[in-house]
Ligand binder design. Structure first.
Ligand code: GLU
Length: 481
C-alpha cells in the first residue's frame, strides 16, 4: 500500500454519542482531511450486550450533523469491507493460526475450573500462568484431534521490554513480564476485541489510530501483535479524557449531555463541534472560533494536550452565542421558529423584526421563549414601571406621552419599523422632548415588561398596528387617562 493516510473512527453503537467520542471522531477526521487521506467509519458492534437497536443510525446522523463525511463505511462501502465488525468475525481465526505457526501464539486448553483456581490463587487475579505455552506438539495435536475446547493466546515475551511511540505521550516502555498472554481467539472461535481491532486496522490499511487513552495500557500488546505479524505499526494518537470536573469523566451514563442532548437543548451543531475540537487541543493563535474547514487547516497533533480536558458549559454557551449571532437572519429564523411556535399562538406578528431584536439576545435557541411572552397577550404590569430615572419619566409624564403618541401612530398607513420610527422621532422633535421620554412609556405600554427585546419602535412593529393601539389605549386608561 502507498503512504496514503487512512484513519478510522471505530465507535461502538451505544445509542448516543459521547462528547469524548465525537472529539475522537473529529481529530481522526482532521488528520485524514489535512493529509488528503481517507476517513473510514467502522462500526464495532461485537459487544452484543451493549447492542442497541438503531444505534448505528445515531452514529451516521451525528457525524453528518457534525459535518463529517466518510469515504468508506457500512453504508457507502469501499474496498476494505465489510465495515461492520460483526460481519468480519469469520476472518480472524486464520490470522491467529498464522501466529501459532510462527511461535507467537499458542493453543490453550485450560478449562474454566483451572482458570478459576488460578484466579483465586493470584492476588492480582489477572495473569495467565502460561500452563499451555510450551505444550509438546504431539499433545497439542492430540487434543485438537480429540476436539478439546481451546482458546488461542498471544505468547508475550517473558523478559525484556516493549517500547512503543505515541504521538501525544512520546515513547512508552513497559516490562514484558507484566504483559498477560491475552486471549486472541475465544472458545467459540471468535476473536477478542483486542485482536479483532489490530487485524482490522491492518487489513483496512489504517495509518493513524486515534483513540481514548484508556487504550494506552493495551497498546504494548497491540504493538507486539503488529511485530509478531511483521506488519507496519500505525501511528498511535491517544487522547486524554474529557472530564466533567477534576474527578469524574464526562459520561452520558452519569447524566452528562451527549451531542444529541446538546442539539436538543438548542445548541448549534457547528458551535458544539467547534467547542469539542478545543477540548484538549489548542490552536496556535488566540482565535478560537473556527469552521470545520478552518479546523482542518489549523489542526496539528502537537496542539493536543496530555492533560485531561474539562468540559466547560459556560464556554460552550459563549461559543454558541457567537455562532447564533453570526447566522444570517433567515437561518436564525429557521432555527428559532420551532421555539416561537411553541411559545406564541398568534401568527400575525412580524417575525422578521422579532428575530432581529432577539438574535443579539440569544445564547442558546430556547432563550427566545421567555422573551416573547408578551406577544400573545399584554401581561399585567404595575404603573411604577413607567417611571424611569434616566429617561426622566413619571406616571404623569407617561400619560402625556401616550396621549400624544396615540394619534400619531393611528395616522400611520404603512406600518413598519421605519415609518413608526420616523413618526415617533418627529413627534419628539416637535414636542422638544428626549426620544427616551417618549419611547419608554410606549415600550412599557405595549410590552408590560421591564426588560423587553428591542425598544418601543420594534415592539410596535412586531405587534402590528391594531394590537399596538389597543395596548396604548389600555396604558392610558391604566394611568387614569
Ligand atoms: N470501539 C472502541 C470504542 O468505542 C474504539 C476503540 C478504538 O478506536 O480502537 O471505544
Amino acid at each position: 500500500m502507498s503512504n496514503r493516510v487512512r484513519t478510522r473512527f471505530a465507535p461502538s453503537p451505544t445509542g448516543y454519542m459521547h462528547i469524548g467520542n465525537l472529539r475522537t471522531a473529529l481529530y481522526t477526521y482532521f488528520i485524514a482531511r489535512k493529509n488528503g487521506g481517507d476517513f473510514i467509519l467502522r462500526i464495532e458492534d461485537t459487544d452484543q450486550e451493549r447492542y442497541v437497536e438503531g444505534a448505528t443510525d445515531v452514529i451516521y446522523k451525528t457525524l453528518r450533523l457534525a459535518g463529517m463525511n466518510w469515504d468508506e463505511g457500512p453504508d457507502v462501502g469501499g474496498d476494505f469491507g465489510p465495515y461492520v465488525q460483526s460481519e468480519r468475525m469469520g476472518m480472524f481465526k486464520e490470522y491467529a493460526e498464522q501466529l501459532v505457526k510462527a511461535g507467537k501464539a499458542y493453543y490453550c486448553f485450560c478449562d474454566k475450573e483451572r482458570l478459576a483456581k488460578l484466579h483465586e490463587a493470584d492476588a492480582l487475579g489477572a495473569m495467565y500462568d502460561g500452563h499451555c505455552r510450551d505444550l509438546p506438539e504431539e499433545e497439542v495435536a492430540a487434543k485438537l484431534a480429540a476436539g478439546t475446547p481451546y482458546v488461542i493466546r498471544q505468547k508475550m515475551p517473558k523478559t525484556g521490554e516493549t517500547t512503543f511511540h505515541d504521538e501525544i505521550y512520546g515513547d512508552i516502555t513497559v516490562e514484558n513480564a507484566a504483559l498477560d498472554d491475552q486471549i486472541l481467539i475465544k472458545t467459540d472461535g471468535m476473536p477478542t476485541y483486542n485482536f479483532a481491532n489490530v487485524v482490522d486496522d491492518h487489513l483496512m490499511g489504517i495509518t493513524h489510530v486515534v483513540r481514548g487513552n484508556e487504550y494506552l495500557s493495551s497498546a504494548p500488546k497491540y504493538n507486539l501483535l503488529y511485530e509478531a505479524f511483521g506488519w507496519e505499526v500505525p501511528k498511535y494518537v491517544h487522547c486524554a479524557p474529557v472530564m466533567k470536573d477534576a474527578h469524574a469523566k464526562l459520561s452520558k451514563r452519569n447524566g452528562d449531555a451527549s451531542f444529541e442532548d446538546l442539539i436538543a437543548k438548542g445548541y448549534l451543531a457547528e458551535a458544539v463541534v467547534n467547542y469539542i475540537a478545543l477540548l484538549g487541543w489548542a490552536p496556535k493563535g488566540e482565535e478560537e472560533i473556527f469552521t470545520l474547514e478552518q479546523l482542518i487547516e489549523e489542526f496539528s497533533l502537537d496542539g493536543i494536550s496530555k492533560a485531561p480536558a474539562i468540559f466547560d458549559p459556560v464556554k460552550l454557551k459563549a461559543i454558541n452565542a457567537v455562532y447564533v449571532r453570526n447566522l444570517p437572519l433567515d437561518a436564525y429564523i429557521e432555527k428559532i421558529k420551532p421555539y416561537l411556535d411553541q411559545a406564541i399562538q398568534r401568527t400575525d406578528y412580524d417575525i422578521r423584526v422579532l428575530a432581529q431584536v432577539l438574535q443579539p439576545r440569544t445564547e442558546v435557541l430556547p432563550d427566545v421563549i421567555d422573551q416573547v411572552d408578551f406577544i400573545d397577550a399584554l401581561p399585567a404590569y404595575d404603573n411604577a414601571m413607567y417611571c424611569h430615572k434616566k429617561m426622566k419619566t413619571t406616571e404623569e409624564s407617561s400619560l402625556t406621552a401616550l396621549n400624544a403618541v396615540l394619534p400619531v401612530l393611528e395616522a400611520i398607513d404603512d406600518w413598519n419599523v421605519t415609518t413608526i420610527h420616523d413618526a415617533l422621532m418627529g413627534l419628539a422633535a416637535q414636542m422638544e422632548v428626549k426620544n427616551g421620554w417618549l419611547l419608554w412609556p410606549v415600550r412599557t405600554a405595549v410590552s408590560g415588561k421591564q426588560v423587553s427585546p428591542g425598544g418601543g419602535v420594534e415592539l410596535c412593529a412586531i405587534l402590528g398596528k391594531a394590537d399596538t393601539l389597543c395596548r396604548i389605549r389600555k396604558g392610558i386608561a391604566q394611568l387614569g387617562g
